[in-house]
Design a protein around this ligand. Sequence first.
Ligand code: NAD
Ligand code: UFG
Length: 337
Amino acid sequence: MKILVTGGAGYIGSHTLVELIDAGYEVVAVDNLCNSQKHSLKRVEKITHGNIAFYQIDIRDKEALTQVFKHHKIDAVMHFAGLKAVDKSVQKPIEYYDNNIGGTLALVEVMQNFNCKILVFSSSATVYGDAHKMPIREDFPLSATNPYGYSKLMIEQLLQDVFQAGGGWSIAKLRYFNPIGAHKSGTIGEHPNGIPNNLMPHILRVAMGELDKLNIFGGDYNTPDGTAIRDYIHVVDLAKGHIQALHALIDKPQIITANLGTGNGYSVLDMVMAFEKASGKPVPYQITHRRKGDIAICYADPSYAYKKLNWKAKHGLKDMCQDAWRWQVKNPDGYLC
Ligand code: NAD
Ligand code: UFG
């Protein structure tokens, strides 16, 4: 079977390509490289000894996408392409809606034209807003506080409607919690264009000596140590969740909405300590003001994914930190070296 991976050069897409090739699928990747480098795909080929047919296109370009579908008989799509920085989405809402919603609309239209109706979509735990009960289950109320979150909510609705309209679609909406870590080989990892706002890339920069200290955003949350709690999940576990979802969708046409998380919540200070232990590097920090828009606690109930997809995360915090550190040390300039 041939799988099209949109956003395949990116962080989660590249790790999922490894799992797809290892599972015996043929793969085609498209990416406009707005937040990635195509070297990541070469690295995937190196790890897997596989081949990736790559097209540098924007998925909003229906004509270009159509050409890809004409060249390859695509059986299913894994859709990672999108913009993901919450703060930028507030500054540039039009760009975010255009890219995320426009891209998805173009994709499903071209898929429909080619009668390709199996789709796995990257949603996010952000669709739960500030949930008041933990762990978070899929049937919790949905909300958003920024254009990025709204774009995910709107795409979920769009896909629900496409499924509801009939015609044999089979769709998975996977709600990721906080992906970190890297492939065990240290060959691929997270290397966005520009500086990300996320915790692990900042910890890595401090450990590398590129930053003096980590700013911990908020020490006065209602949590055991006062810092915010998240459900960090190894990116390889996340990637494997996509393979399981794909199997379920191939098995029978259906719509699946599933959390991909570990079910464990760790505070920012837990993360600093776990990283120091795993890497042997100190991570000096200072506790500063809360970051606007942040929530105190967010972790998944992953039991539905286990029941439905026979999937659960296997890696612990130690693996996540060690693998992230290995990638960083082997590739201080990411894919640029
Ligand atoms: P990423 O930025 O590394 O990967 C996204 C890829 O899509 C990039 O390579 C980018 O160049 C490409 N892209 C963006 N817009 C495109 C377009 N219009 N046409 C073609 N390519 C385009 O991000 P990631 O962390 O791998 O995230 C993948 C998906 O998972 C995204 O949809 C993101 O919103 C979602 N997600 C990520 C996280 C996270 O913390 N990383 C959490 C929840 C959900
Ligand atoms: N944090 C710091 N210092 C930093 C960076 C982050 O203390 O330098 C803290 C944050 O305040 C938060 C925690 O570390 O408490 C995690 O922050 P991230 O930015 O890594 O992740 P978020 O949970 O804020 O957001 C992530 C994705 C979003 C997605 C959300 C829910 O980046 O795209 O998870 O899935 F919407």
